[in-house]
Design a protein around this ligand. Structure first.
Ligand code: OGA
Ligand code: NI
Length: 336
């Protein structure tokens, strides 16, 4: 957070985020850097996370290949009720109060693969994924599954550092009832080469905070992500987050804010298009669907009692997804 080094892009400052080196043996230093970042901006970089540069590059290549298909091919894999598959341009509206259309982005959701006949597939958001055919996109599924499983490991390591930063045992979130059956979602994103215009309500992605526990974001080298450290400030002050090759940009979601009784805050962010095409890959980690999100033991005291009632992870997430996505009926009425 060395503001003396901050540079500006088109009049917008860039944020100097703390960098957590997962290969470091100095765990105390990592905890302290992470804690400082969580109290300051809710965003930090994670480097030396163990996923090879080849695999990071391959998922971007595969993502480009998918979004490069004709729209009619992509619509064959349109998002289903389980929130798997393709989300077309404008499908999501993250900031309805300030946007005239939905987000200028297309996406693809991949979740935990569960066969239809598995009893677990009854739950909302659980079931089989939609996959492009191997003939159209060879090795696509393999690359996504490999990346998803490695990103899950990285997220679990980050969760251990978060636990320590909250004065919990390192393995607090590793408990079977919390991350025993985690609920990760991989989301490929493609922003068209559009120029955003906040004054007209046109954004790559509208201002939002993420819904869940933590998010790992890999981006290409095109600038676009902006954060607002103080969501209550008026007017809001935005800063760019610079892409960092090979790193993940990690941020905390609303569920962790609620869980930690607002000690750790989720941070408002948005994507501003500058005319260049941009690709990013988000990995959202959430706990077991039946995990009860109730104030963490180290985040309450007599002076600071829990601010929120306990809520099931699945109830919380289902509502947030429903609130921000188009009704699937709009595509049916378009004859898609
Ligand atoms: C998101 C998000 C940012 C980006 O998907 O929640 O904030 O850079 N993405 O794509
Ligand atoms: Ni986000």
């Amino acid at each position: 957070m060395n503001d003396a080094n901050a540079i500006e892009v088109a009049g917008v400052p860039t944020s100097a985020l703390n960098c957590i080196d997962l290969s470091s043996s100095d765990i105390q230093q990592s905890v302290s850097l992470l804690k400082q970042a969580c109290l300051d901006s809710g965003f930090f970089y994670v480097i030396n996370h163990g996923i090879s540069q080849d695999l990071m590059e391959e998922v971007f290549v595969q993502s480009r290949r998918f979004f490069g298909l004709p729209l009619s091919e992509k619509m064959k894999l349109l998002r289903n009720e389980k929130h798997r598959g393709y989300t077309p341009l404008f499908d999501q509206v993250l900031d309805p109060a300030n946007q005239i259309h939905g987000d200028y982005k297309e996406g693809y959701y991949i979740g935990v693969e569960l066969p239809e006949e598995d009893s677990g597939a009854q739950k909302p958001h659980f079931g089989p994924n939609l996959w492009p055919s191997e003939d159209v996109l060879p090795r696509w599924r393999q690359a996504m599954e490999q990346f998803g499983s490695q990103a899950l490991n990285v997220a679990k390591v980050v969760a251990r550092i978060i636990a320590l930063a909250l004065d919990l045992e390192a393995d607090f979130f590793d408990k079977p009832e919390i991350l025993g059956k985690p609920f990760p979602i991989l989301r490929l994103l493609h922003y068209e080469g559009l120029i955003s215009d906040p004054s007209k309500g046109i954004y790559g992605a509208g201002a939002h905070s993420d819904f869940g526990f933590i998010t790992l974001l890999a981006t290409d080298d095109v600038l676009g992500l902006q954060i607002c450290k103080n969501k209550d400030a008026k007017p809001q002050a935005w800063e760019y987050v610079q892409p960092l090759k090979g790193a993940f940009i990690v941020n905390l979601g609303d569920m962790l804010e609620r869980w930690s009784n607002c000690i750790f805050r989720s941070t408002l962010h948005r994507v501003i298009g500058n005319g260049q095409e941009r690709y990013s890959i988000a990995f959202f980690l959430d706990p077991n669907h039946d995990c009860l999100i109730e104030c963490l033991p180290t985040c309450m005291s007599e002076e600071n009692p829990p601010k929120f009632p306990p809520i099931l992870c699945q109830t919380y997430l289902a509502q947030r997804y429903y609130d921000t996505h188009a009704d699937l009926d709009v595509y049916r009425s378009e004859g898609a």
